[in-house]
Design a protein around this ligand. Sequence first.
Ligand code: SDX
Length: 459
Amino acid sequence: MGKKARLIINGKSYELPIITATDGNDAIDISRLREETGLITYDPGFGNSGSCISSISFMDGEKGVLRYRGIPIEQLAEQSSFVETSYLLINGELPTSEELSRFSLLLNDHSLVHEDMRHFFERFPRGAHPMGMLASMVNALRAFYPEIPERSEEDEINKTFARLLSKLRTLAAMSYRISMGFPVVYPSYFLSYCANFLNMMFDSTVRPYVIDDDMVQALNLFWILHADHEQNCSTSAVRLVGSARVNLYAAISAGISALWGPLHGGANQAVVEMLQAIHDNGGNVAPFIARAKDRTDPFLLMGFGHSVYKNYDPRGRIMKDMCHKFLAGHNVYDPLLDIAKRLEETVLSDPFFIDNGLYPNVDFYSGIVLRALGIPLDMFTVMFAIGRLPGWIAQWKESREDERGKLHRPRQVYCGYEERDYLPLGMRHAADRGDNSDALFRGKVRVRRTNAHSAVAIS
Ligand code: SDX
């Protein structure tokens, strides 16, 4: 007999089943709550609500733990490759050498994009943000390549996943080359997934790009660290849009759009812009920290804080180490790294940040690594998207296979007007309007800088 939770409402007692997790939080199953009690739950930002049962990745925010299919991120960072980690996330197991070769061959065979897609890029205005272009181009892939029919063969499904993994990387490099007015560089049969990307970005007929193994390794690690992260904003967007049974490309395009936001994947670009502003302001971090602590100031310290990690983001630690090793190993001096180190030291010795669990997250050092790789600033979030794609695909696949899966359709707590009659035009006078600031918002409103309102319900 499974564990139960007891709810007492107006003296009546209700029992709700508890779902036991392998690790982390168990859950109260409220799927029958409204039917049995007439009540719904309220959880803005869904920080206390599970949207699904998943076996892909696991995070412990208090302990700073992240595992992909049970394997700690530290071990994958140390021993795996991005292609192997992508296979693990999508298929649930590390590939045998035969499976890995077959997967790599699929990625290679599907690395080109239809030539007509180049013309799409050429029609974007100069300066269009690569994330907006990428979201549009991924949606456009559906016009060139078939969708996965409901009852597809395994091979057909795997080919579609490999096609998307490979073409997103090619489209990203193409968007950069065309935005710079450079000729497009095609993927090469002789290069690995990561080396191919760097070559497609930077090769030139007049100055052939020399593949640097350290750079390839740094890019592998960067993408492994970004590959999946439970039900974050963009993954939830992929699942929500996917729940309407749209094609895979449309669901992934929704994920790219969500990731673009500066509170989410766009933070890696925002961190470097913030560090550059500190540098241009003489390198003094104090005014920026003071603004971040001032609750009336909308300024946030980019690269700090996390909806789940209230401790150091384990990916941030690995990224920081990689940063130091890579720059030292290549005699690269980046003044922003010094500023980042000073900012981190100052923040981690300030009770405001410690008490609020605001530690460096994955985005804090990642931008400095991307600068060292020569990636342009407005491509930083595109790099995050390429890394997150295997996670989005794995989550989309899991939601598609979940018998419990339904069209996502959250409820709401209505706090608008009670029923009232239509007023003919001649009888409408602004002065006659009642005070519609409804009860839920009439009370004390705490302005949170990450949201416009957070209501304190009036009992
Ligand atoms: C990613 O979800 C994922 O897994 C995301 C991600 C992934 O891999 O998919 O990990 C990738 O998005 C990482 C986060 C990147 N974003 C940033 O670095 C932007 C800066 N960070 C903040 O926007 C913020 O920390 C969030 C959005 C990430 C989390 O916001 P929450 O959930 O509101 O954080 P919280 O509840 O712990 O905040 C406690 C307090 C709040 O103040 P009050 O409203 O209580 O007055 O701390 C404040 C927050 O406003 N706060 C910050 C802050 N982050 C939170 N104050 C200053 N600077 C910050 N960075």
